[in-house]
Each structure stands twice: as structure tokens, then as C-alpha cells.
Design a protein around this ligand. Structure first.
Ligand code: NAP
Length: 231
């Protein structure tokens, strides 16, 4: 049976590359994006390459939109093999934690952490033994990195995403569903900005590996370049 995947925030950047590589590996890919125009353009780009790819409107910061996306996807497929929670925002490069506005903190947590959890909760009924959830996190969320003042809301949201990863992994282990977090490194995307060294292919590699070739028993871990890193 053809494998299926859902990738959030996949209209550009690392998400689009993950969607493309899963298409190349023979997956039926649901490419989710919040902007209908950009999302359908991205899916059309993959369909023109003869891949099986369907655009799904989904704003991960809006639970009604996530539920609507689930209704759409579950009307098309019976099972989901892979969920990649990739959508993310970084709006506080130059903020100090002492003055970060409440609205920015809440929007960032809602999008990067709570959104990923709600997408997982919502799509789990489509997932079975052998399923894989990949959370695209960041080394910015590593507690063990020690003191940092970089992008406080973003980094806290990724620490929260890592905690969500561990909870989901424990809860879903008996069902044989693997849940891992990964860091793509500093990647040449709109978010990565000037100075980023890594290509989107390098950024996507570990997520695609976790979605396909990684041992199914690998769960509850944080990885970069296919190797475990500390939380
Ligand atoms: N680039 C890096 O150096 C780097 C490093 C560490 C981790 N990461 C992580 O990698 C992931 C992808 O980042 P990227 O570098 O590819 O960034 P990007 O090019 O800015 O792409 C981010 C994607 O997330 C989408 N998104 C944002 N908010 C959303 C929402 N509420 N609902 C649905 N989609 C939403 C964006 O959609 P729009 O186009 O509509 O904005 C876009 O498709 C993120 O989780 C990021 O934190 C990136």
C-alpha cells in the first residue's frame, strides 16, 4: 500500500523540501500550508513533477483549521504513516525576555508548540502501528545549551515542543508510533536569513530519514544529522 505523509508549513523552506523528498520516495504527500495561494502553488509544483501531492489548507495556530484539515485528509485516505510538524515562526530575534510582549509569546507558543501538539492529537486517529511523528525543533530549545538570550519566545517554544515530543513518545510507545524531535541546523530559508550555511536538503535530511529509514524503535529522542543530541 502507498505510504502517506502530512507535512505542515510546507509551502516553502525546509517543509517544502521534506514534502518533495517524501514524494521522491514514493509517498502520497499532503502538503499543508496556511496561505491557500502559496500552498496550492507549492503542491502544483510537485504535481507537475508527476508526484502524488495534495494541498491541505491548515493554520496550525487555529484549532478549527486543524480539524477542517483532518476532515479533508480523512476523506481522502484511510491511514497516515508520517506526520511532520514543521510549521514554525521566529518573530523575536532582537527581543529581550524582560520586555517580550505577551502577544508575541502567546503567538509563538501557539504556533510552534501547542499547534504541533494539536495537529498530532487531531491526526492520531488516522495513524497506526509503525507510524512516525517528526517534530521539527531547534537547538535553540536545548536546555543543556545553558545560558542564552537569543529569541526567548522562539527558544522557549522549541523547549516546549521537545517536552511535548517526550510526552507523546511515552504515550504512543505501546501503539508502536515513534515520536522524535530534530534540529535542521542553521538553514538557508526565510527564517534562517543571511549567514545560514546549510542547504534545505541538509536541513531536511534528518526529518526525511526519521520518516523513512530510521529504526522504528527509535523514539523519544532529539536528533541532528541523524545522531542523537542532548535535550
Ligand atoms: N532555518 C533555520 O535555520 C532553522 C533552524 C532551526 C529550526 N528551524 C525550524 O524549521 C522549521 C521550518 O523553518 P524554515 O527555516 O523552513 O522557515 P520558513 O522558510 O520561514 O518556513 C516556515 C513555514 O512555516 C509556516 N508557518 C508559520 N506559521 C504557520 C501557521 N500558523 N500555520 C501553518 N504554517 C505556518 C510558514 O508559512 P507562511 O509562508 O505562510 O509564513 C512557512 O511555510 C521551523 O519549525 C523552524 O523553527 C529552522
Amino acid at each position: 500500500m502507498m505510504k502517506t505523509a502530512l507535512v505542515t508549513g510546507a509551502n516553502k523552506g525546509i517543509g517544502l523540501e521534506i514534502a518533495k523528498e517524501l514524494c521522491e520516495k514514493g509517498f502520497n504527500v499532503f502538503l499543508a500550508a496556511r496561505n491557500p495561494h502559496l500552498g496550492s502553488e507549492a503542491a502544483s509544483y510537485l504535481v507537475r513533477q508527476k508526484y502524488l501531492c495534495t494541498f491541505v489548507p491548515m493554520d496550525v495556530a487555529d484549532s478549527a483549521s486543524i480539524r477542517e484539515a483532518f476532515r479533508f485528509v480523512s476523506s481522502k485516505i484511510q491511514h497516515l504513516d508520517v506526520l511532520v510538524n514543521n510549521a514554525g515562526i521566529l518573530l523575536d530575534h532582537s527581543q529581550s525576555i524582560l520586555t517580550t510582549p505577551e502577544s508575541l509569546i502567546l503567538t509563538t507558543l501557539q504556533t510552534n508548540a501547542v499547534g504541533a501538539l494539536l495537529v498530532a492529537q487531531t491526526f492520531l486517529p488516522l495513524m497506526q502501528r509503525g507510524g512516525r511523528i517528526i517534530n521539527v525543533s531547534s537547538s535553540g530549545g536545548q536546555i543543556s545549551r545553558g545560558a542564552s538570550t537569543f529569541a526567548p519566545a522562539y527558544c522557549i517554544s522549541k523547549t516546549t515542543m521537545n517536552a511535548i515530543t517526550l510526552q507523546l513518545a511515552s504515550e504512543l510507545a505501546p501503539q508502536g508510533i515513534a515520536v522524535n524531535a530534530m534540529c535542521p541546523g542553521w538553514v538557508q530559508t526565510e527564517m534562517g536569513g543571511a549567514g545560514a550555511q546549510r542547504t534545505v536538503q541538509q536541513g531536511a535530511d534528518t526529518a526525511v530519514w526519521l520518516a523513512t529509514e530510521a529504526p522504528q524503535a527509535l523514539t523519544g529522542k532529539f536528533l541532528q544529522d541523524r545522531k542523537e543530541i542532548v535535550w
